[in-house]
Design a binder for this molecule. Structure first.
Ligand code: ITT
Length: 196
């Protein structure tokens, strides 16, 4: 069977494919489903935004849909960039500019104060079914400069706790075992059956 992931983020879509396809679930992202509108993320939390995206796309397609709202939460920045992670540095989604803004804002912050986590809320919706949500996270530290070429978004400046490597230095397979997205998906797996 097929599940729609309500995302246009290529990095997220690739991770969902790698996570679902071994389980026999085909994944389609919004990049493969033309003519669906941009969903405005007006929620005040990861969970609210995930629900918004999943319910609108499920209503428009008549199919089961999973949506992911995620981001980086930095303790010394009071939880920022948080739900504003995708556009932290400006209107355009620009990973390099976002990384630059975080590093710049954290100049002079000591290593033990550079704690952060990635967070991911997933919502699953289907016509006539009650929407459900789960959340996942992974703990780490913000580095002084970007390291590594894998992944997307803030991965090059996120030193994974207990790994001694950034999320962009470990392989995609490794990331898919430990990430906030993988953590959330483990919790969602128990519920997916109800939506087909
Ligand atoms: P969709 O709404 O279309 O899914 P988006 O990129 O706008 O795409 P979000 O609003 O959830 O999605 O913003 C997520 C941002 O958080 C993303 O653009 C990255 O900057 C960051 N992020 C989320 N997961 C990440 C990960 O696994 N690694 C690095 N950065 C991540």
């Amino acid at each position: 069977s097929q599940i729609i992931i309500a995302t246009r983020n290529e990095g997220k879509a690739a991770e969902f494919k790698a996570l679902f396809e071994p389980k026999g679930l085909q994944v389609a992202s919004l990049n493969e489903l033309p003519d669906l509108p941009e969903v405005e993320e007006t929620g005040h939390s990861f969970e609210e935004n995930a629900i918004l995206k999943a319910e609108i796309i499920s209503k428009l397609t008549g199919k089961p849909v999973i949506a992911d709202d995620s981001g980086l939460s930095v303790d010394s920045l009071g939880g920022e960039p948080g739900i504003y992670s995708a556009r932290y540095a400006g209107e355009e989604k620009d990973d390099a500019a976002n990384i630059e803004k975080v590093l710049e804002s954290m100049k002079g912050v000591e290593k033990d104060q550079r704690t952060a986590r990635f967070r991911c809320a997933l919502a699953i919706a289907a016509p006539g079914k009650e929407t459900k949500t789960v959340e996942g996270s992974v703990e780490g530290y913000i580095t002084e400069k970007p390291e590594g070429l894998h992944g997307f978004g803030y991965d090059p400046i996120f030193l994974v706790k207990d790994k001694g490597a950034t999320m962009a230095q470990i392989s995609p397979e490794e990331k898919n075992k430990i990430s906030h997205r993988a953590d959330a998906l483990k919790k969602l797996e128990k519920l997916i059956g109800e939506y087909f």
